[in-house]
Each structure stands twice: as C-alpha cells, then as structure tokens.
Design a protein around this ligand. Structure first.
Ligand code: ATP
Length: 189
C-alpha cells in the first residue's frame, strides 16, 4: 500500500508575500517533507496587533502571483486557497483545517509555522484540538525548529521600506513588487 499523501498547510497574513516565504516553500519540497502545499492567506488574523494593511483580495492576488514565480516542478504541487479570505469573522486555523480535511481525509496534514508564530500557538482557538488534527512542522526563524537557512526578511520590514520610499524589490517576486507599485500599496498606514 502506498503511503498517504503529505499535504502542507501554510497560512500567513502575506502582507505582502516575500522571498522568505518562497524560500521556505522551495525548501519543503527540496527536502521532500511534503507532496503538496496549500497556501492560505488569512482573512482576519485576530491575534495580530493590527489589521492587515492590504485588503484580503490584494493579499490573495499577490500570493497567486508569487506562486507563478516558483519553479515549474514545485508550482504544480502548490495551490492557493481563498477559504479564509472568503470566511467572515475572525480567522481560526482549526476551521480551515476542518474544512480542507473533508476533501482529503486520507492524507497526512502538516501545519507549517515559523518558530515566531509557533511560540504563540497555545493561545490559538481550540489549540489542543488543532494540534491533534495535524502534524506541526516548525521552521526555525530566530528560534528552535527545522533549519532551512531562512532568509532574514519580514513583511513588516518590507512595508516600512516602502513607506520610506525605498525599493523592496530585492525581497519580493517581481510580479508582486509590480502589483504593489501599481496600486500604491503600503505607502501610507
Ligand atoms: P510580519 O512581519 O508582518 O509579521 P511575516 O514576514 O512574519 O510578516 P507572515 O505572513 O506573518 O509574514 O508569515 C507567515 C508564516 O511565514 C509564519 O509562519 C512566519 O513565521 C513565516 N515566515 C515569515 N517570514 C519568514 C522567513 N523570512 N523565513 C521563514 N519563515 C517565514
């Protein structure tokens, strides 16, 4: 019997999605940790200090553009889900897991989290239940976890560069940078 498909679930505010996120995705496949990946831009991340700066639709669009820039052999195994963006109310990961698992009940599900995010997982809605439904895969990012040589870049850093009228192209897929410029995103708060 073949082993169950390993599906990674990678959520984030993706405000904006950047090269650090893409590097992580490439490493998950390069290290053969998963067979498929579902990227889930958050709708309304209730635990964050502030609401996202870009709209949910813009963050979803930028995520879709970024996936197009992944190497073809990876891209064909990556999906972007609008399940959280289209759900009203606070975004709870457990709702997403329960919803997506219905479609692929025989798969093994991995929840991909940076160590900064994992540090707060006990505060999440129905956290223990969530952790019983998935395998949690923690990526080291100034903390314990799988060392993937994470890139030292964050969305907050990119947003403040843009606000300061600096170019952030180094850290962004070309199409995402073009999208941000075209719509004047992140220029003011
Ligand atoms: P912000 O600076 O606004 O908090 P962020 O860059 O951390 O944003 P998120 O969308 O909040 O990006 O992150 C989504 C997920 O990706 C989280 O699990 C986070 O830990 C992880 N992550 C973010 N940046 C990196 C990076 N450079 N390398 C590895 N993982 C990252």
């Amino acid at each position: 019997m073949s082993s169950p498909t390993r599906i990674g679930l990678y959520g984030g505010t993706f405000d904006p999605i950047h090269q650090g996120h893409l590097h992580l995705i490439e490493q998950l496949f390069a290290r053969n940790l998963i067979d498929e990946l579902i990227l889930v831009p958050a709708g309304n991340p209730w635990l964050r200090e502030h609401a996202p700066f870009a709209s949910a639709q813009d963050r979803l669009a930028m995520t879709q553009l970024a996936v197009e820039e992944l190497p073809a052999n990876i891209r064909e195994h990556v999906l972007v889900s609008d399940v959280e963006v289209n759900r009203s109310g606070p975004t709870y990961t457990i709702d997403t897991v329960e919803e997506l698992k219905k479609f692929r009940s025989t798969a093994t599900w991995y929840l991909i989290l940076g160590s900064d995010v994992f540090a707060g997982i006990d505060k999440w809605h129905r956290s223990a239940e969530l952790q019983s439904l998935v395998e949690v895969l923690v990526i080291a990012r100034d903390g314990d976890g799988l060392d993937i040589d994470a890139l030292p870049v964050s969305a907050s850093q990119i947003r403040s560069q843009i606000q300061n009228h600096e170019s952030a192209i180094k850290y962004l897929p070309d199409s995402v940078w073009a999208y941000i410029k075209e719509r004047n995103l992140y220029v003011s708060n």
